[in-house]
Design a binder for this molecule. Structure first.
Ligand code: NDP
Length: 237
């Protein structure tokens, strides 16, 4: 049985990943930070192992990996946890900037670094990092989010080059607008505008995005590495 660690598995795309990987025979380690009840509900439904850790805190990350090692080594890492925030650039404070990068980028660095020895030992592994279309094209009023997600793309490409000889694939999913809590603040008019801008005229679902992660983790994707794959309904082409 393969072991997968899904960061931010309590809600949205991460929760859909927990469901899809569980259904497909993986032992799932669900990382969460604040949403303990949602994580518990998923644990009851899927039998996953839930682990509380703030991924931007290195001590939390070390404890999380120690706990996973009570079961075995990690084969697949889904670096999904992330935050977003809409603000004019002039209103972004230094704290906002640090929080965004600490979770979206430093958290990914800490978790990946902690998991890598398992994969290098086995000379195999799959790492799937979540960026965003806004990391490719940039979004107005989301400069810190867009910059952090662009960093994820550079991180993915560079790490893929470094880890190829170790038999480890590193890829990036850069979704368009997906119907999760992250977009629950949008009013009807903004939702409609975003749908109108999307050739397929709708938001994507968390399940569709999770199925792509499942594919990238599979043997069928063994020759894919260093790629940025964007399920976005045609929003950017
Ligand atoms: P949600 O806001 O629905 O869920 C975010 C998840 O991240 C939660 O499970 C949350 O856990 C977790 N998380 C946040 N901070 C931390 C932390 N410090 N430590 C551990 N976990 C944390 O987001 P989505 O599911 O929509 O997004 C998932 C990923 O996809 C993100 O990286 C996002 O940037 C990206 N993405 C999403 C898009 C969208 O339209 N939804 C579009 C493009 C990219 P908890 O609640 O337990 O704290």
């Amino acid at each position: 049985m393969k072991n997968v660690l899904i960061t931010g598995g309590s809600r949205g795309i991460g929760a859909a990943c927990v469901e899809e990987f569980s259904k497909n025979g993986y032992r799932v380690f669900l990382n969460y930070n604040k949403s303990g009840e949602a994580a518990e509900a998923l644990r009851e439904r899927t039998g996953c192992v839930m682990i509380k850790a703030d991924i931007s805190n290195s001590a939390d990350v070390s404890r999380m990996i120690e706990k996973i090692h009570e079961y075995g080594k990690i084969d697949v890492l889904v670096n999904n946890a992330g935050i977003a925030e809409q603000k004019l650039f002039s209103d972004i404070t230094e704290d906002d900037w640090d929080r965004m990068f600490n979770i979206n980028m430093k958290g990914m660095f800490l978790v990946t670094k902690a998991v890598l020895p398992d994969m290098i030992y086995k000379k195999s592994g799959k790492i799937i990092n979540f960026s965003s279309v806004w990391g490719i094209s940039g979004a107005s009023c989301e400069v810190h989010y867009s910059a952090s997600k662009a960093a994820v793309i550079g991180f993915t490409k560079a790490l893929a080059k470094e880890l190829g000889l170790s038999g480890i694939n590193v890829n990036c999913i850069a979704p368009g607008v997906i119907d999760t809590d992250m977009n629950s603040h949008l009013d009807d008019e903004t939702r409609k505008e975003l749908c109108d801008e999307t050739p397929l005229s709708r938001f994507g679902t968390a399940r569709e995005t999770a199925r792509l992660a499942l594919y990238l983790a599979s043997k069928d994707a063994d020759f894919i590495t260093g790629q940025i794959i964007s399920p976005n309904g045609g929003l950017i082409i």
